[in-house]
Write a protein that binds this ligand. Structure first.
Ligand code: FAD
Length: 458
């Protein structure tokens, strides 16, 4: 590791944060060089602010000194978004983890960035309120990380993604100026929407220190249904029919034949060999709506090619049905020591095509490809399984071809995980040279000396 801070710079950090909240030792820095992507680069130091004033002073100093700043929350992003590829100082949000207010009249929460998302959900639930964004990492990721990646989850089909819940935010910019955007207001059309620009910016535009989040009333009841179809085309056709009827699920997941096969190897999933694809639905709302929904679904599936459908009307049975979905990750690891996990998003009509093509590409390179995910949003998790070096080279080729096909059908290379460093190669192919240049120019306005998370996203 090349050490990049001089004695004077180290002294500055120690005086601003105190010795307990600055790390310089190699063994302490090791873990901060990586994230869930498993990519790695050495940082110069780690700091753990507990006050906004410290961040303001740090960003004034870093801008002057030209030292990169990498905001880091729980590091669960899978694209290398907080790997310090240009060195620099990792700024942890773990001590900025207070829920400041939950307002039952305005239906808002005021929070610091390091609050773990599931913790906020539990606290608002106690007041009969609901914060819907639910990435699978909800128990281990933070509001700040979710906003920086615009995280989505199962409930996006009905409730939207993280950006739909950000009403206001404070951002410390490179140079130390604080920008306050939005607030407890649900509508605001004054000027350009800078708040939306910040959401999904992967730490490249500023350091977020405070959020005002929109809350909803907590749904009273729910029902889940697992349905087996003879083909993915049939599954998508019936799913669209259901949406057209105005039955909007709060989760609409699908699993392809490869996924069913591998789950069966570790879990007693008792479905006939005629079942090629599974649809897993959840509906929430008041009890009367749920009753209506169950009746309508029975009618739809009775008239469809569905091979079976199984309902969960009580929490225990619902949980049992969702266990099938939770089995995908552990089951998939039997097919390879490693995987490349894509989170492409395509128009819903293109789902059967892109799944078919992805599997064909996998076969060409002798690599197993599993497809499942958020059918309602067209957001498909494509898991490219591999073990060993040669297999890895094939898996990388599979990834490239699938991403190319995704862009060709009008899709995106990332529906929820972001770009980080791992998908930068495909950024320009998707958005075009001109859009990428504009993004770089926008960054220059907020961060003229390129100190905020340099080398990421665009
Ligand atoms: C098991 C697992 C399941 C997952 N499931 C999903 C899923 O269903 N949906 C989904 O969308 N993602 C998912 N992810 C990815 C990941 O959890 C999300 O990207 C999450 O939003 C990252 O949150 P974090 O707190 O870990 O942030 P980090 O990974 O620490 O940081 C992410 C980015 O945010 C920036 N950042 C963090 N805090 C700030 C701040 N205060 N100011 C400015 N920038 C900041 C960082 O610089 C970095 O660029 C999953 C990951 C894992 C490991």
């Amino acid at each position: 590791m090349k050490k990049k801070l001089n004695k004077g710079q180290e002294k500055f950090l120690l005086s601003l944060f105190g010795p307990q909240d600055v790390l310089f030792q190699r063994e302490e820095l090791l873990i901060y060089g990586t994230d869930a992507s498993k990519e790695f680069a050495w940082p110069y130091a780690v700091v753990r602010p507990s006050k906004v004033e410290q961040i303001v002073e740090l960003l004034k100093w870093a801008d002057r000194e030209g030292v990169p700043i990498i905001p880091r929350a729980r590091a669960t992003n899978v694209v290398g978004a907080c790997v310090p590829v240009h060195g620099g100082i990792i700024v942890s949000t773990l001590k900025l983890n207070r829920i400041l207010d939950i307002d039952e009249v305005d239906f808002v929460a005021e929070v610091e960035p390091g609050v773990v998302t599931a913790h906020l959900q539990q606290e608002v639930r106690k007041k009969g309120l609901f914060y819907p964004p639910d990435p699978a990492s909800v128990n281990i990721s933070t509001i700040g990380g979710n906003i920086s990646q615009n995280a989505g989850g199962l409930s996006a089909v009905k409730y939207g993604v993280t950006k739909d819940y950000v009403l206001g935010m404070d951002v410390v910019l490179a140079g130390g100026r604080i920008l306050s955007l939005g607030g407890r207001i649900r509508k605001d059309v004054v000027g350009l929407d800078l708040k939306s620009l910040m959401v999904g910016s992967e730490g490249t535009l500023g350091f977020f220190t405070h959020f005002t989040l929109k809350l909803l009333p907590l749904p009273e009841s729910s029902v889940s249904i697992l349905v087996g179809f003879p083909s993915l085309d049939e599954l998508v056709f019936n799913a669209i029919a259901l949406l057209k009827k105005g039955l909007i699920p709060s989760a609409m997941e699908f699993m392809d034949s490869g996924v069913i096969k591998c789950i069966k190897e570790i879990y007693p999933l008792d479905v006939s060999s005629k079942v090629d694809s599974l649809l897993l639905l959840k509906f929430d709302g008041n009890k009367r709506d749920i009753k209506y929904c169950v009746n309508e679904l029975d009618k739809i599936f009775n008239d469809s090619s569905a091979i079976f459908w199984e309902k969960g009307v009580d929490p225990e049975k619902e949980n049992e049905l969702w266990e099938v979905r939770r089995m995908i990750n552990p089951a998939s690891h039997r097919l390879g020591d490693n995987k490349i996990a894509l989170d492409i998003c395509v128009p819903r009509s293109k789902i059967p095509y892109i799944v078919r093509v992805s599997k064909q590409i996998g076969e060409k390179y002798s690599v197993i490809v599993l497809c499942f995910g958020h059918l309602g949003d067209g957001n498909i998790h494509v898991n490219i399984m591999y073990s060993g070096g040669e297999n890895q080279i094939g898996a990388i080729e599979v990834k490239k071809e699938i991403l190319r096909h995704t862009i060709q059908v009008g899709g995106t290379i990332s529906g929820e995980h972001g770009v980080g460093i791992l998908k930068m190669d495909f950024m320009e192919t998707q958005v075009g040279v001109h859009a990428k240049k504009i993004m770089k120019k926008i960054k220059k306005i907020f961060d003229p000396n390129n100190i905020m998370n340099p080398g990421k996203a665009y």
